[in-house]
Design a protein around this ligand. Structure first.
Ligand code: SF4
Ligand code: SF4
Length: 461
């Protein structure tokens, strides 16, 4: 058995250092629930090998068990050192530790709470640096708002056409001074050779043939701006499978990105808007083609549990949310699949595989296409380093994980990588490029769409 975690926190001082930040409004865990959850950990260490940061550094405090120990100390009244906070911040929130845990420890709840303390902030944690706060403010003032994200595309394309992005992103000086900007330029999406849809998706797409379901579709923020072809393919495949697809215009951000970073009040605001929008749509199910968004929406009940006006509505809506692959696998195929003679490596997005425990459905759907040879990536359960905004706020670690993933993907010899999350698609694409082994990356919806439409495999490559 691995060594027990050592304390990385000073003993409680009783008097926290002045932080210049708002004082806590109450204890971290008034009902004691988090303390009970942390107490479920029996320190067995079974989760350690699954943890990407433990794989990288072999440090107890960068393992799930070490982080649970830290969180337990904070709950007991300790005041965190900057080093202790760094161990928590280096967690990807990939949740690979959860399926590995025989005791069923709710690490998602514990790290979610720790992140909310860092975001609020509370006196038990030293405040983030001005630079970190500014970076997060910029990210969260942009990413959840498609119109603001879209405004970045023009300048980005100019930089990419002129090679300015490579010059800046590859500059050792900039990487040293502003690793986050350098990382953002490296993972920024490039125009794909695939045919992009013209205009917006209609608000309603009729089912082809007999109508089997009426489904709502989340368009997502990053997905709709940088991957409109994925959304168009999703709607076409659903329609081809007999679904009437409702795509509300007034849907905003689902809040998953905010929740993943501990910005719970912001996440709850976004969630309420999504709930109201899809309630009005009157659909049987809400299909989500982004793993992070689907995972966040399935947790609406927990997010709004303390809001009596919304708790019931949140639970009802969360019960309708299904990942694209999960929904189609449950529905069963109706449309004919035409052959696609290619080898596909399927990448498990953490928020599909670990958070939603969806691993077989996308593989079964790919295997159901004649001609496709499905291959496994060696380190399938390990995060690629994307992890919400992680590759922007922890760029060095994300790049290291991306480089490892690129090696594992290349070793498959696959023609195409398939992933169910836009962040993973960007991260893997960028890592493969940086390794000098570029490969096309597509969403499952695009592969099914090409097969159903009888298009040649070359449209995906
Ligand atoms: S969420 Fe991921 S990075 Fe964080 S402790 Fe668990 S396995 Fe490690
Ligand atoms: S989180 Fe689970 S697997 Fe990891 S040490 Fe605790 S009980 Fe063991």
């Amino acid at each position: 058995m691995a060594a027990q975690p050592e304390s990385a926190l000073p003993e409680p001082t009783g008097q926290p250092e002045p932080t210049g930040q708002p004082e806590p409004t109450g204890p971290l865990d008034p009902g004691g629930e988090l303390r009970r959850l942390a107490g479920d950990c029996v320190h067995c260490g079974f989760c350690l090998p699954s943890c990407p940061t433990y794989q990288l550094w072999g440090e107890e405090m960068d393992s799930p068990r070490g982080r649970i120990h830290l969180i337990g100390q904070l709950l007991d009244g300790a005041v965190a050192s900057a080093d202790a906070v760094a161990h928590l911040d280096r967690c990807l929130g990939c949740l690979a530790c959860m399926p590995a845990c025989p005791s069923g420890v709710r690490y998602d709840r514990l790290i979610g709470a720790a992140r909310s303390w860092a975001a609020e902030p509370v006196a038990a944690l030293p405040p983030r640096s001005r630079r970190e706060r500014a970076l997060r403010s910029a990210i969260f003032a942009t990413f959840p708002y498609p119109s603001r994200l879209r405004a970045l595309i023009g300048p980005l394309r100019v930089a990419q056409r002129t090679g300015l992005d490579t010059a800046i992103g590859g500059s050792a000086r900039l990487t040293r001074l502003a690793p986050e900007i350098s990382a953002a330029l490296r993972v920024a999406p490039r125009p794909s050779g695939r045919r992009a849809p013209r205009g917006r998706l209609p608000e309603r797409v009729a089912a082809r043939g007999e109508r089997r379901a009426v489904v709502g579709m989340l368009t997502g923020c990053v997905q709709q701006v940088f991957f409109p072809d994925v959304n168009a393919a999703t709607a076409r495949v659903l329609a081809a499978e007999g679904c009437e697809v409702v795509i509300p215009r007034d849907q905003g951000c689902c809040g998953a990105l905010s929740a993943h970073d501990g910005r719970m009040a912001e996440a709850a605001r976004f969630a309420r808007q999504i709930i109201a929008t899809f309630e009005r749509a009157g659909v049987d199910a809400i299909v989500v083609n982004s793993a992070g968004c689907g995972s966040g929406m399935k947790e609406y009940a927990e997010l709004l549990a303390d809001d009596p006006a919304w708790a019931g509505r949140a639970e009802a809506l969360a019960g309708k949310v299904a990942d694209f692959s999960e929904f189609l696998a449950g529905l069963g195929p109706a449309a004919t699949r035409h052959p696609l003679p290619i080898t596909v490596a399927y990448h498990d997005a953490c928020h599909l595989a670990h958070a939603q425990r969806i691993t077989s459905q996308p593989r079964d759907l790919l295997a159901g296409i004649p001609g496709i040879a499905l291959t496994e990536i060696g380190d399938a359960g390990t995060c690629c380093g994307s992890a919400g905004i992680y590759n922007l706020v922890q760029p060095e670690t994300a790049a290291e994980l991306g480089a490892r993933k690129a090696v594992a993907v290349s070793a498959t010899g696959a023609d195409l990588v398939v992933s169910g999350n836009p962040g993973c698609a960007l991260q893997i694409s960028s890592a493969l490029g940086a390794a000098g082994t570029p490969k096309p990356v597509a969403h499952l919806a695009q592969v099914l769409d090409a097969s159903i439409l009888g298009r040649p495999a070359s449209v995906l490559l």
